[in-house]
Write a protein that binds this ligand. Sequence first.
Ligand code: DX5
Ligand code: ZN
Length: 226
Amino acid sequence: MEITPSILTADFSKLGETLEDAVDSGINWMHMDVMDGNWVINKTITFGPALIRSIRDRLGPDVFIDCHLMITNAEETWSQYVDSGVDLVIAHIEAIEDPASLITSLHEAGCQAGLVLNPDTSTDTILPYLADLDLVLVMSVVPGKGGQSFMPEVEDKVREFREAIDQQINDGGRATKLMIDGGIKHHNAAMVAGWGVDLAVVGSGLINDKASIAENLAEIYSAIGI
Ligand code: DX5
Ligand code: ZN
């Protein structure tokens, strides 16, 4: 299982250095949490395409960047994120009307396509699109902020997606990646890895005042047994 950082708990005035520290620690996938002050229940604003463009320019082309859109109008604005240099756009299934056409548009624009669901949303909403998705993201907190507690009840959803993706791969289909996001720390990383997750987003467990990113990452990887 690979770890990708969420920057929500970072000091934004030092973001460039923080992300370079992450790269120096061996991280090569960055997770950008975009909130528009409207869609998430606590109405938070984080950042948008301009910041992502600066991060892309600073880190160069070799780091993979996804953007997790927690916004009301992903179907209208997705191209701004593609233009900002992301490799993968992840849209909330609860926030869009026509997933199939969004996936097609992203692929035609040369960008990978992902869908994400909230802890209380059924897997049935995303499974019909699995064959065309590059990534499925299961939220293990209610989206809105970093530092929340992990919701273990998402286990069944994760396992259901794992099974469906394995079946798809066995049938010669796409190797859709499975990601989890929210409340992952060194103490539960091995558990979610055991559920068959490919990538875990880690925010406050990686970027905090207690230790460096390299130390936190080493602790997580040693818990997973890497
Ligand atoms: C939640 C975001 C997350 C989250 C991760 O709305 O999507 O990426 O902030 O942070 P931690 O690991 O602190 O839960
Ligand atoms: Zn996220």
